[in-house]
Ligand binder design. Structure first.
Ligand code: 9Z3
Length: 349
């Protein structure tokens, strides 16, 4: 592989894996017992493309570590829970991928290399500026040379030049690796794989878990192969889901025990946000939970650490100037990560 070329994973995750459809030889998921995190990985098959991703991730980490860059894993977008193996229906978790894609850009600006584990087809760093939801590129193009060439409108030149410069530099320096997922199953297996590979660089690794991860899943032993028919169960659809294993515990205590870990907590009820974030921090014993409310997530978040709750808010003026809250979040995390690395170094002295 040419080390100076960016590595972009080219696996597809959105199509169901119909060839390996249903394997009834896999033991039924132990529903009656409390679900142990390890059971999940024991009772389910990894996605078939995982070894391909594994090589990309290992070379990316190795290359960037040699260049003495810190590596952050940013997770982004919502995970799905398919209700059928040949998937027509699925349950989804809310997220456009804005938090993840925006944060990734600010980490890159701070010199980090980024593994971007994202929901396939959700927002990506840099291209997000011209996506259909915000600013459709096609609306800013015009023909030239008798309709044989295309030019960008004057009003977009400045923005496009600035974003393209950053994007090309990141690509040329091989500092961004895109790894997709669609289902919560693919997310969990890929997260575990990347965490284990990142453990090689110890405290230089940072986890920034912004993906909206489903709390429920349907064990593969119970997923029907084909589209559920409306007459199957007397016209009703009764969905019986299991709780997703508490993967953060494994991340903190065995997959990447020396890395710094930041997770997000999403709520819609402001009266329980701090409590839920504090409980997550105590339960998993990691470094930082960032709480946010669905309704206000773009203008305020709260940093919850063992000793402190600190709100970070955009002012009226910031909002007018279209400042992104991630431009305030990321520098703070970069500082916390520096302190974390120092504290780990002091431990071994
Ligand atoms: C978040 O809280 C993200 O900030 C958002 C971003 C999903 C709200 P958008 O992509 O939204 O900018 O539209 N992510 C974490 C959500 C989550 O599922 N957290 C789990 C939990 O709350 C823990 S990993 O239990």
């Amino acid at each position: 592989m040419d080390q100076n070329r960016p590595i972009l994973s080219r696996v597809a995750t959105s199509a169901p894996d119909a060839s390996t459809a249903i394997d009834r030889s896999i033991t039924d998921f132990p529903v009656a017992t409390p679900i142990d995190e390890d059971n999940y990985f024991r009772f389910h098959k990894p996605p078939p493309y995982l070894s391909q991703i594994s090589n990309d991730v290992a070379s990316f980490i190795n290359y960037n570590h040699q260049k003495q860059r810190k590596v952050v894993l940013v997770t982004s977008g919502g995970t799905t829970v398919p209700l059928e193996n040949n998937t027509v229906r699925f349950i989804d978790n809310f997220s456009a991928g804005t938090r993840g894609a925006t944060s990734a850009e600010y980490f890159l600006e701070h010199g980090y290399s980024v593994i971007f584990l994202h929901r396939e087809f959700s927002l990506l760093p840099y291209s997000r500026h011209f996506s259909h939801t915000t600013n459709c590129l096609l609306d800013h193009l015009k023909f030239s040379n008798n309709g044989n060439n295309v030019e960008v409108d004057d009003d977009l030149q400045k923005d496009l030049v600035s974003v393209l410069k950053k994007y090309q530099q990141v690509k040329n320096e091989n500092r961004l690796l895109l790894v997709p997922f669609t289902t919560v199953h693919q997310y969990l297996f890929t997260l575990k794989l990347i965490a284990q590979e990142l453990s090689v660089i110890g405290s230089d690794a940072l986890f920034y878990l912004a993906a909206a991860v489903s709390d429920f899943f349907l064990p593969s032993s119970r997923i029907p192969e084909h589209k559920i028919q409306s007459h199957d169960h007397g016209g009703k659809l009764v969905v019986d889901l299991e709780p997703v294993p508490k993967f953060l515990r494994r991340l903190v205590d065995s997959w990447a025990p020396i890395a710094m870990i930041v997770s997000f907590k999403l709520e819609t009820d402001s009266s329980i946000l701090i409590k839920k974030a504090t409980t997550a921090l105590e339960r998993y014993n990691h470094q930082l939970v960032i709480g946010n409310l669905l309704q206000t997530r773009k203008t305020e978040v709260v940093f919850v650490t063992p000793n402190d709750n600190e709100w970070i808010k955009l002012s009226e003026k910031d909002i007018e100037n279209q400042l992104e809250i991630e431009s305030l979040i990321i520098p703070k995390i970069v500082t916390l990560h520096k302190e974390w690395i120092k504290s780990r170094d002091d431990l071994v002295k």
